[in-house]
Design a protein around this ligand. Structure first.
Ligand code: G6P
Length: 366
């Protein structure tokens, strides 16, 4: 039936493997190839209102928050509107200044996370305009928001979020395209992003085909007591989500840091017993990232590089090479191998993959 593992050993692997389809569903009917815009009817906003926002604030919990960080970067890059993400729980309790020219976006797979719901209610009480990026149709958060984007990723059963995370990032790319094209994003750039989005499902399929390699790497690294995840700018939220996935389901301690901050503290932890997963896209920060890898290696740290090029063996012990998309969209693809890495680490350590200890799929209490 609908909710079984469909022949996969775990829901998590099923949900990871579904992503070519779930991303296609998030995109379906929303890309306009004539004007290179996104159709997001559920936003309930006209062009004038869409142009009026001067800031975007994104809130969510757990993986939803990390996908919101990717979303904030997409909005800044494509729409050139200052944007940032914050955990919904923190936002709600620090008595935030709610401004009329800020667009608030709440993210939730379940649509029932209490901290996120309460933050939305607080925003509404103060007159804020709130959109929802939600998977579950008709859920509490979806109903509370003024409009939004449904993911259409289908039910997510495994506690650790994978396909909803990816579809949320895709939904943000659509929102960023939409906000960008009523502002300064050119038709040519709009077209570049539309075409990049259409390539995602096929490229995700290519990444899923790397599973045997990633499974071996997971076995190789899973017995480390702790792992470091690093990335810069677009790679940083990817690193954070990668560390989160590993912690949640394999119980291996992991930390995520901006690669640029390593030298200001955590470099002291680096040594043979703490390997690093480095997110290294082929962007304008490539050389800086490679320098960091050299610094890690010089301290005896092992490096697993996830990026677009096979690294010099002097810089990385192992490499997972993913297909390139447009630079702005690359974080979506770079996240997929880290899901498989966490999954196979958890399997190798014989963890309860779909129901990790102490965690719940949706936290509907405070
Ligand atoms: C729980 C889950 C996480 C999830 C978070 C937010 O903590 O264990 O995997 O990211 O809730 O859930 P939501 O349904 O609001 O996206």
């Amino acid at each position: 039936g609908h909710y079984d593992t469909g022949g996969y050993e775990h829901y998590l692997l099923k949900e990871i493997s579904e992503q070519p389809d779930t991303v296609a569903r998030t995109l379906r009917g929303r890309l306009d190839d004539r004007f290179h815009i996104a159709h997001l009817g559920g936003l309930n906003m006209d062009a004038r209102e869409t142009r009026s926002f001067r800031r975007v604030k994104i809130i969510g919990c757990g993986s939803a928050y990390y996908s919101g960080q990717i979303g904030a970067q997409l909005i800044e890059e494509l729409a050139r509107i200052p944007a940032d993400a914050e955990p919904a729980s923190e936002f709600r309790y620090r008595s935030p200044v709610v401004e009329p020219d800020t667009l608030y976006v709440a993210i939730s797979q379940s649509g029932e996370t209490y901290d996120t719901l309460a933050a939305v209610q607080e925003l509404k009480r103060k007159g804020g305009r709130v959109l929802g990026i939600v998977n579950t149709v008709g859920s509490a958060i979806a109903r509370e928001c003024d409009g939004g984007v449904y993911l259409h990723a289908g039910p997510e059963v495994s506690v650790a979020s994978t396909k909803a995370f990816t579809s949320t990032a895709v939904a943000f790319a659509l929102l960023a395209l939409h906000l960008g094209r009523v502002r300064d994003l050119s038709p040519a750039d709009g077209r570049r992003i539309c075409e990049g989005l259409r390539r995602l499902p096929g490229q995700i399929k290519e990444i899923l085909a790397l599973e045997p390699q990633i499974k071996e790497l997971a076995r190789k690294y899973a017995d480390s007591p702790s792992m470091m995840f690093v990335g810069r700018v677009r790679g940083y939220p990817v690193a954070r989500e990668g560390a989160q996935k590993l912690k949640e389901i394999s119980y291996v301690h992991a930390e995520a840091y901006p690669a640029s901050e390593l030298k200001h503290g955590p470099l002291a932890l680096i040594g043979p017993e703490m390997p690093t997963v480095a997110i290294v896209p082929d962007d304008e920060l490539l050389d800086k990232n490679l320098t960091t890898l050299g610094e890690i290696r010089a301290r005896g740290g092992r490096v697993l590089m996830v990026g677009h090029r096979t690294a010099d063996p002097k810089l990385a012990d192992d490499c997972v090479v993913v297909p390139r998309n447009e630079t702005e969209l690359d974080p979506i693809l770079l996240s997929i191998p880290l899901q498989l890495l966490a999954y196979h680490a958890a399997v190798a350590l014989e963890r309860d993959v779909d129901k990790p200890r102490n965690l719940a799929k949706s936290v509907t209490v405070e």
